[in-house]
Design a protein around this ligand. Sequence first.
Ligand code: MG
Length: 260
Amino acid sequence: MIINITNNIVLLLAIFLLPFKISAQEKRPVKMESAMTEIWEPAIEVVTPGQANPDGTVSAPSDAIVLFDGTDLSAWTNKDGAAAEWIVHDGVFTVNKGTGDILTKQSFEDFQLHIEWQVPQGISGESQYRGNSGIFLQNKYEIQLLDSYKNTTYINGQAGSIYKQAPPLKNAMAPPGQWNTYDIIYTAPRFKENGSLFSPAKVTVIHNGVVIQNNTQITGHTPNVGLPKYRAHGPGPIKLQDHGDPSAPLSFRNIWIREM
Ligand code: MG
C-alpha cells in the first residue's frame, strides 16, 4: 500500500514536471554554424555591364531592351501607331515639335530605365516655357524634363519632379548644351479586381548620379490641371512629351530599359 502511494506520487510528479523539461529543451540554443545561413541556389543570372563609348555614353547592359541606340526610332510610334516623326541625327534624336508625343511600341510594368537628354545651348523662355518635355511612365506618370539649370518655376514642376506632385530632392541639372542622364527605377501600381488601388506606383530617380526621387510614392496620374487620380491599368509604354512651349526642342540619346 505504501509502495503504491509512493509510486503514484512519483508518477504525478513526473507528469507535472515533464512540460518544464520539454520547455527547457526547446529553449536550449541551437549551435549555429556558418553554412546554416548560406543560400546557394538558384545561381544568380549573369549580366554583362555596358561598356564606355567614345562619345561618353555607356552602352546598355546585356539584358536590356535598347529603345534608342543612335540609329533609328524603330522602337517608337506616334500616338496613332504610325511611325514616330521626331528627327534622328548625329546619333541622337530631337523633338519634332507639332508632330506629337512618341511612345514605345512595347509596354512595361516594373523596370529600370536609362535615358539621356539635352537642353540645347541658347535656349530661351521662362518657367515651364523653357525646354519642357517629359517622360511618362506607363503613359501616365510624368517625370518632368525642363531646363532647370537657371530657370525658376514651381518646384513640383521643375526637372526631376513627379509633375505637380513631388519636387526633386536636389537640382542636379547640367547646363544647356550638356547631357543629362536619368536612371529611373519604377514599380508599377497594383489594382484589386474591383479596380481600386492595391498599392501605389513608386519611383526612384537618379539625375546625373544624384538621387532626386527616393522610392517616392506616386499619388495618381499627373495632369496639369486637377488632382492626381488612379484608374486601374496594366502594362503601359514609355511616352516622351512633345510639349507646346515655343522654346527650342530637347534631344535624347542612349535609351534602354530592363524589365524587373
Ligand atoms: Mg513636361
